[in-house]
Design a protein around this ligand. Structure first.
Ligand code: PBG
Ligand code: ZN
Length: 325
């Protein structure tokens, strides 16, 4: 049937009607807030490349976690900046490291807030790559052991979900096996299954001090031209025991998100990364866009594309907006 019998505008006539027939909505349950933990005490320092985001010492991270939990946000994801970096990234599995201490303290303060931890080596290696080097390449199988060790240290500290972001082959299986071996079968894995080698991570690398000191990440992160490979990455991680998979970055890869969700029908997350955040903030500061509307429209696009939840630096602020409505 078509015009003049069919008139789609009939269902757009009022706010109430539009609210009633809307297909996708954003709720506070969709949001995950990333936090950056630094050594020290009483530190809450704005990150230059991510205005509105902060480097937090453990005590301040606990305060922030309380606020996040009170807003009804279900989860945070923790990144750590260590005091000490070396070629192997030994600080990554330090039981007293920032991520481990913050995880422990936050679970103590807010047991119901889910703590996810980013599992990778690049914040801990002095060369800034996501694993140990053999010559100038990242040695895949040697790195697996270190990732497993790191994931266990997070689980022991109380992490609910570990999220490997390194893009080594076989890491989900290695982490699953290691966790099960020590009795942490209840800790789930959110795999950064489809992580592209992206310029959109720039501001994060400044925030996490994890810029590679030579070369780039093209030898392990995915080529932006590939989509069949994305499906294969997702399939492999699910076969290895990933409970949830993630596509990253967000807006530039919405097509990939939809395909992954449609093909596997599994819990699928999306990461609206630092560069996406920075672009919105910069344009808003210039007065060129309606910041609030752009943020909400962008987050809704992830839901429409098939995301079950969204890692976004806007989570806390958006939760405040959703509460006001
Ligand atoms: C660590 C990691 C990165 C991000 C999440 N985990 C950076 C990278 O791979 O270079 C990016 C997050 C963002 O840009 O917001 N491997
Ligand atoms: Zn990394």
């Amino acid at each position: 049937m078509s015009f003049p019998i069919d008139r789609p505008r009939r269902l757009r006539r009022s706010v109430t009607l539009r609210n009633m027939v809307r297909e996708n909505i954003l709720t506070v349950n969709d949001l995950v807030q990333p936090l950056f933990v630094v050594p020290g005490k009483g530190i809450r320092k704005e990150i230059g490349s991510l205005p509105g985001q902060y480097h937090l010492s453990v005590d301040e991270a606990v305060k922030e976690a309380r606020r996040i939990h009170n807003l009804g946000i279900p989860a945070i994801i923790l990144f750590g900046i260590p005091t000490f970096k070396d070629p192997k990234g030994n600080s990554a599995w330090d039981p007293d490291g920032g991520v481990q201490s913050a995880t422990h303290a936050i679970k103590q303060a807010c047991p119901d807030l889910l703590v996810m931890t980013d599992v990778c080596m690049c914040e801990y290696t002095d060369h800034g790559h996501c694993g140990v080097l053999k010559g100038e390449t990242v040695a895949n199988d040697l790195t697996l052991k270190l990732l497993a060790k790191t994931a266990i240290s997070h689980a022991v500290a109380g992490a609910d979900i570990v999220a490997p972001s390194d893009m080594m082959d076989g890491r989900v299986g290695a982490i699953r096996e290691a966790l099960d071996e020590v009795g942490y079968h209840f800790v789930s894995i959110l795999s950064y299954a489809v992580k592209y080698s992206s310029a959109y991570y720039g501001p994060f690398r400044e925030a996490a001090e994890s810029t590679p000191q030579f070369g780039d990440r093209n030898g392990y992160q995915m080529d932006p031209g590939n989509v069949q490979e994305a499906l294969r990455e997702a399939e492999m991680d699910l076969d290895e025991g990933a409970d949830m998979i993630m596509v990253k970055p967000g807006v530039p890869y919405l097509d990939v998100l939809t395909k992954v969700k449609e093909k596997f029908g599994r819990v699928t997350a999306v990461y609206q990364v630092s560069g996406e955040y920075a672009m919105i903030e910069a344009a808003a500061e210039k007065g060129w866009i309606d910041r609030k509307r752009i943020i909400l429209e962008t987050l809704l696009s992830f839901k429409r594309a098939g995301a079950d939840f969204i890692l976004t630096y806007h989570a806390t602020e958006v939760a405040e907006w959703l509460k006001q409505n």
